[in-house]
Write a protein that binds this ligand. Structure first.
Ligand code: PSZ
Length: 295
């Protein structure tokens, strides 16, 4: 694998990070995951804008432009001969002797990146996933794509230990987002999701899905709903860069709708696949919709 680190492209042997990198000791940094379909970066500007915003929100003085970050992401895709997968980019506050307060202005941020092969989880798109609600114990700036993921890690593990594929964060009785995804419910033809504020990450996939829903004349309400309300939704799904639109068929062991991916969810999946920069894998969801067969 070819890595990027502060202006250089390095192989596995050459790549290293300092034990005093603040990302390592404090989780003092931000990151992005950008999907690559058919060798092309998907919604790359949106991801890079969010990376710069996240860095700014935690006051990391990053001197890269969107164009420079896009160029280095493309170089990583090419160097790794990636067709389907993702680019990971990470920015930390830099290397300095351990002290909580920011280091001096002479300390440069550390930017690293790599590209990794990662096929689309088609089976999960088709079969759906099980979700488990967990108490949202994270901080109050979930809008920042921070390296501090302990709350998310513990939530995902709790879900896995209950044979679920994703955790659903609930704070003050209100559904917020998944441990690494945004959450959506459909009730009587209306699509509901949490508003983009400090309690959630404003997912790039979330934004795409909201636009696709509007294009399909599905009414959209960006309004928080409770776990109780979620449990009686007709359809439920979560979205992320790698999980795209994943139908949820059970929540806390309780069946959602008919216990199979719902009709509007499949319509959105189909519309999502159709706008991807690749000619494949549109088939399944679309066929099921046009056949009208729910299994
Ligand atoms: O590989 C994976 O499973 C990925 S790639 C990106 C994510 C998971 N998650 C991003 C994310 C998140 O971590 C939280 C807490 N909320 C929402 C999302 C969805 O953001 P986008 O759609 O931008 O990936």
């Amino acid at each position: 694998m070819i890595y990027f680190k502060n202006g250089e492209y390095l192989d596995e042997q050459q790549m290293n990070v300092s034990v005093n990198d603040r990302g390592y000791v404090f989780g003092d940094g931000v990151y992005e995951v950008i999907k690559v379909y058919d060798g092309a970066l998907y919604t790359v500007e949106e991801h890079l804008e969010r990376l710069l915003e996240s860095a700014e929100k935690i006051r990391i003085p990053l001197s890269y432009t969107i164009e420079q970050l896009k160029d280095l992401s493309k170089q990583l895709v090419e160097a790794n001969q990636l067709t389907i997968g993702h680019v990971y980019l990470q920015v930390t506050r830099g290397v300095a002797p351990r002290a909580h307060q920011f280091p001096g202005s002479d300390v440069e941020p550390v930017v690293i990146g790599y590209a990794v092969n990662n096929p689309r989880p088609i089976e999960q798109f088709e079969m759906g996933a099980a979700m488990k609600s967990v108490d949202d114990m994270r901080w109050l700036r979930c809008d920042i794509k921070s390296l501090n993921l302990l709350g998310n890690v513990l939530a995902k593990q709790e879900a896995f230990e209950s044979d679920c594929q994703e955790a659903l964060f609930v704070r003050d009785g209100v559904v917020r987002e998944g441990s690494s995804s945004n959450a959506f419910g459909i009730k009587e033809g209306v699509l509901y999701t949490h508003p983009a504020n400090n309690f959630i990450l404003n997912g790039i996939t979330r934004r795409v899905v909201l636009q696709l829903a509007r294009d399909l004349d599905i009414p959209v309400v960006e309004q928080a709903f409770t776990l109780e309300e979620a449990l009686v939704m007709d359809e439920f799904f979560f979205t992320s860069t790698n999980s795209e639109i994943t139908p949820v068929i059970t929540l806390d062991g309780k069946q959602i709708g008919n216990g199979v991916p719902g009709l509007l969810t499949r319509k959105l999946q189909s519309a999502f696949s159709r706008q991807l920069p690749m000619p494949i894998a549109v088939g399944h969801a679309e066929e099921r919709v046009s056949n009208g067969s729910a299994s």
